[in-house]
Design a protein around this ligand. Sequence first.
Ligand code: EPZ
Length: 427
Amino acid sequence: MDQILIRGGVPLDGTIQISGAKNAGLPLMAASLLSAESLTLTNLPDLADIASMASLLESLGVDVHRNGGEGPLSMCRMTVPTITETTAPYELVRKMRASVLVLGPLLARAGHARVSLPGGCAIGTRPVDLHLKAMQQLGADITLEEGYVDARAPDCGLKGGHIVFPFVTVGGTENALMAATLAEGETVISNAAREPEITDLAHCLVAMGAQIEGIGTDTLKVQGVSSLHGAEYAVVPDRIETGSYAVAAAITGGELKLTGTRLDLIESVAEVLTQCGVDIVEDREAGSLMVSRTNGRLRGVDIMTEPYPGFPTDMQAQLMALLSVADGASMITESIFENRFMHVPELCRMGANINVHGASAIVRGVEQLSAAPVMATDLRASVSLVLAGLTASDETVVSRVYHLDRGYERLPEKLAACGAHITRASE
Ligand code: EPZ
């Protein structure tokens, strides 16, 4: 297994190209199942989770063709004239929960889906009950057996319905939206998630011929069509990668130009960073952000994670690393997942002063973090340890790098190009 070694204390200076968003790419890939014609995605990041989704789609009969390009030049064409298999097996779903996103498309196009229940997760129980209720609302018959969800559409196909989510679910909204595009008649999705990844999916579905109103709002209205056609679509920039590198600039007291991204994707994060004393300036025309903290100490702030447009749970761990070295006390409240503080003991091993009380953590800023061997149990927790390592004295060793490979494209290379002393090595 690989490790990442970081010798902290270097203010970062340079340019980082932001990749396409993992969490947009995954549902967009699943959407290829909805059409007999090719869906071509550009700006799809080269990540372990994207490769897992490609394997799952191939097992369902999708021809997946990728070129080796990077950034906007990367291309993935997915074609499935006929769906040959409707089971998403445990071995693949266990590796990546987002596999459940094939449920809606398979059910809508093939009339049947058998998807392994994902099981527990490091950050919370993460059930899929709301996905299943949404499918039932569209007429699907659902049974649970031997750890699998077996979903069957009526003989005449799915029927439009009114889906009301009791609370916001990103994946649930994506599954419902994809299934509704091919359901007969009108579907209304109330209390829909509004994350940029949902908007991206909706725009791609429209490019494939779907009829969707209310894109970007919490009420999506879909008029079902009999079939979708092929399309070419560019994946939205990764707002969490953008935010993570903005924190890298801030925590090292450096200056980074982040290209291929937009401020409107990270407004709530930018607002918090500004309160902490970080400067963020957008060049809209160039599609880039300049992030710097060249004078003064960081200031503590209170944050609470919320569905978009609130502060994203996927940036909570990175902000905690930053606030660990800010002046004063900060309170971080996690409202989306019940167990997303697994990075706290590791940050404390690096000298951070953090106390968790239920869903909140009190962070009392310290002067400096110190290096330690650390490891994390999920993607964002892992990157928070890399960020902490960038400011710590001496050499931090971050293990379980496979978490980072799931969601950050060429992270050591991108940071090293801006002056970070960071290398990847086998244990
Ligand atoms: C997506 O997960 C993201 N994953 C997550 O990113 C992100 O943290 C999360 O949305 C919240 O923004 C992908 O897009 C692939 P949810 P998802 O359904 O769709 C509960 C990362 O680091 N819930 O919005 O699974 C659930 O347990 C990852 O990139 C139910 O109870 O999240 C959670 O508490 C991690 N029943 C809350 O809702 C359901 O049927 C929100 O989950 C569905 C969800």
